[in-house]
Design a protein around this ligand. Structure first.
Ligand code: CU
Length: 167
């Protein structure tokens, strides 16, 4: 094959890989898949931001032990749970990843809090973040800064419930 066309083929292959990586945006560490790590955009003066991702554990039980990123002074792991009728946020030492289960870090559930942001997070930006698991070890993921995605169907019943009161 002439060099020129070989080069074209290779360039095409490289481009395809880049496109796939951007669309899928997931990482693999041992038996743990880390899907779509994202953070919310923040406004100037806002020192705290939220971080989200989906952790799929295809192997034995593990735990997310710590998270660090250069964009923030510290990254805390938080849980959200109802305490009476109040939703309360609590800092935890680790997030349990039961064997064969998916744990979603999302608003209203487990999430990361980027505390002491050094600069506002802007929509479209990306930054590296290091996740350390008890058994799987460490991985650096790229976090996409993106605004909240509209929740599919799930949010509907709540809306209907609220509208009932206007009758
Ligand atoms: Cu929190």
């Amino acid at each position: 094959m002439p060099i020129a066309s070989l080069r074209r083929v290779l360039a095409g292959a490289a481009l395809t890989l880049v496109t796939l990586a951007a669309a899928a945006h997931s990482y693999k560490l041992g038996s743990i898949d880390i899907d779509h790590p994202t953070a919310r955009p923040t406004t100037p003066g806002q020192s705290v931001g939220g971080g989200f991702m989906t952790l799929v554990n295809k192997g034995a039980a593990d735990r997310l032990m710590s998270v660090t990123s250069a964009v923030a002074g510290s990254v805390q792991m938080h849980s959200m749970a109802m305490d009476g009728d109040v939703m309360k946020m609590r800092q935890v030492d680790a997030i349990e990843l039961p064997a064969g289960q998916t744990v979603e870090l999302k608003p209203g559930a487990w999430h990361l809090m980027l505390v002491g942001l050094k600069a506002p997070l802007k929509s479209g930006d990306t930054f590296p973040m290091t996740l350390r698991f008890e058994k799987a070890g460490e991985v650096v993921v790229t976090v996409n800064v993106e605004p909240p995605q509209p929740e599919p169907a799930k949010a509907e019943p709540q809306h209907e419930h609220q509208h009932e009161h206007t009758h």
